[in-house]
Design a protein around this ligand. Sequence first.
Ligand code: NAG
Ligand code: NAG
Ligand code: NAG
Length: 335
Amino acid sequence: MARRHYAFTTLLVVAVAVACLSFTDAKLTVNYYKKTCPRMEKIISEAVTSKQLSNPTTAAGTLRVFFHDCFVSGCDASTFISSNHFNKAERDADINLSLPGDAFDLITRVKSTLELECPGIVSCSDILALATRDLISMVGGPFYTVRLGRKDSLTSTASSTDGHLPLTNQTITEIIGVFQKNGFTVKELVALTGAHTIGFSHCKEYINRIHNYKHGGPNAFDPSMEPRYAKGLQAACAKWKEDPTIATFNDIMTPGKFDNLYFKNLERGLGLLATDQALFEDKRTKPIMQLYASNQTAFFNDFVYAMEKLSRFGVKTGRKGEVRRRCDAFNQIST
Ligand SMILES: *[C@@H]1O[C@H](CO)[C@@H](O)[C@H](O)[C@H]1NC(C)=O
Ligand SMILES: *[C@@H]1O[C@H](CO)[C@@H](O)[C@H](O)[C@H]1NC(C)=O
Ligand SMILES: *[C@@H]1O[C@H](CO)[C@@H](O)[C@H](O)[C@H]1NC(C)=O
């Protein structure tokens, strides 16, 4: 009898597993939380608005966190996990200096509110995807549809970032390679780089362009830069070694507005990073950069397409993930 019962249980488990498998294959949907947490979008958009108004770099920071999260093992909130004694988490990989606190604060705040409204329902990865979309449109960028139903990751390791993120000291060929490895085209790479229209970077990421360029002395700067701009950056970064948090905007003309000025600036030597300028010189990327500089609608259309693709990248559904109760910790502490 006991054995029979066991067999029956096994069958049930198999049936459930098959059911889950088909659920896993289910696509993300726009109305995922319609019944379980109907006020979710409103709660997110109110929190986003107040955070962005009080802290204007939130949009740029959140967009960067979203990109980082998605490109490393999929859009699964693995970036939010804190390191512990047993595990060095993704957010503490080398590149983490540039992962800003505003975004983490915002998502944590939204999550706390949602846990009161509808506990255990809305995933951190869906919150991040929606908050990013809301912030982009709030600062003047295009609005796009975000499908929902992502689950949060069950792992997060610093080593998983290796080779998955573009670095500011890479060549264009290397950066194209990073995007291609994740299934993104050169055009999508350029469109996503347009996010620098609201971005900022730390001095260490461009100090080689403005200080002792090609060993030409302390004040030597990259001649492709507009001279007044280069001198302004030298002044801004004078104490960069003492204070590594000093940052400047990638789009110096309209840093708070999502527009195509980032592309136009590059035509005038007003690019911040060597990789920004190089994208404008490389024959694979230059025609796309020029198109976006001359036509904001073309940029917005391609950006929306690339963001929708990015938002679906490597998502986990069904039992491949969980809805975390806190965004910075797995529900079950594992060793
Ligand atoms: C990453 O951030 C942590 C603190 O959150 C810091 O201790 C660590 O040194 C940082 N890593 C690098 C390489 O900057
Ligand atoms: C580029 O930057 C990364 C991280 O900051 C560093 O580990 C790497 O050595 C650098 N590569 C070159 C060629 O400078
Ligand atoms: C700008 O791009 C859009 C979208 O590709 C296109 O429909 C429009 O005709 C372009 N405008 C100009 C002036 O080329």
